[in-house]
Design a protein around this ligand. Structure first.
Ligand code: HEM
Length: 270
């Protein structure tokens, strides 16, 4: 057996065939001459890849909960928390931009904005933040539009959690179980009461472990939103966003929302 790695391949390397690194590392086309734009572009692409993995995990968790397979759901949620931490750590290169540095390439972005990220929207839909109007920007991209439309009509991860808890004998209100899943999930006092009961009971029981796994996810998503908000405030103050919103003021409103709301409010009643 040889001690050195194999160098001789008939075609492309097996690494390339699997990873497609050649494709991946030639997808960077900066729009300005500014040397600082490259890391802005690549960080955005890296985040898109993390969004893709996280959507995959939450979809796995939702499917598993539909089959009342709690172990598979918890494993996927746990993996997603490690991935969310990596996602959040990737803010570092963009967290210290001065307005002058950001201005060096901002105009080249035109109307481009992360607001138009379809994979981020898939994440928000899975969390219960549904909105049909969020499909509108994607009319020109059939594959993306179809995927988002399917996600809009499917129960969110949180809907699947509540259906699962209902099948475990917990009293999720009927109007929550029959809600129109294409609409944004609104916090419900009956669901809050269920979580309060879960948290007052055995911490090793399935629903309690699920509640804590979801709380971990919720906190890390909230951290992403807040890190984004602070990076934006540093880079552009209160200017309007390239996507046409009020910028920081709009992001502040988004960041104030609690993910899986009753998991937070129920704590006051335990
Ligand atoms: C310092 C760099 C950044 C600045 C100044 C910035 C600024 C903004 C602003 C002002 C908005 C509001 C919409 C608009 O009017 O454009 C926004 C939304 C958004 N940005 Fe960024 N952004 C930055 C980096 C990133 C990166 C790297 C990503 C990763 C993909 C990203 C993803 C998003 C997403 C997903 C939204 C929509 C949030 C929502 O719907 O709640 N942003 N950004």
């Amino acid at each position: 057996m040889s001690e050195t790695p194999n160098l001789d391949f008939a075609g492309t390397t097996p690494y390339e065939d699997y990873v497609q690194a050649d494709v991946l590392t030639h997808l960077q086309h900066p729009l300005s001459d500014d040397p600082g734009e490259m890391v802005f572009l690549v960080t955005t692409q890296v985040m898109e890849l993390w969004f893709t993995v996280i959507v995959h995990e939450w979809q796995t968790a939702a499917d598993a909960l539909r089959a009342d397979d709690l172990d598979t759901a918890l494993a996927a949620l746990r993996r997603s928390t490690y991935e969310l931490k990596s996602l959040n750590a990737s803010w570092e290169p963009l967290a210290h931009l001065t307005p002058a540095q950001f201005n060096s390439y901002r105009a080249a972005l035109g109307e481009g904005s992360g607001f138009q990220s379809a994979m981020y929207r898939r994440m928000e839909f899975l969390l219960g933040e549904k909105s049909a109007s969020m499909l509108v920007p994607h009319r020109g991209a059939p594959r993306v539009h179809d995927e988002l439309e399917k996600a809009l009509h499917e129960p969110s991860l949180y809907d699947e959690v509540l259906f699962h808890l209902h099948r475990q004998g917990l009293e999720i209100p009927a109007h929550v179980l029959t809600r129109d899943v294409t609409q944004r999930y609104e916090p419900d006092p009956g669901v809050e009461a269920v979580w309060a009961a879960v948290y007052s009971g055995d911490p090793q029981a399935g629903p309690a472990r699920l509640g804590e796994a979801l709380t971990e996810v919720a906190e890390l998503v909230w951290r992403w939103r807040n890190d984004h908000l602070v990076a934006t405030r540093r880079a552009m103050g209160s200017k309007q966003g390239t996507g046409g919103s009020a910028g920081v003021a709009w992001l502040e409103k988004r960041a104030r929302k609690n993910v899986f709301p009753e998991l937070w409010t129920a704590r006051s009643h335990v």
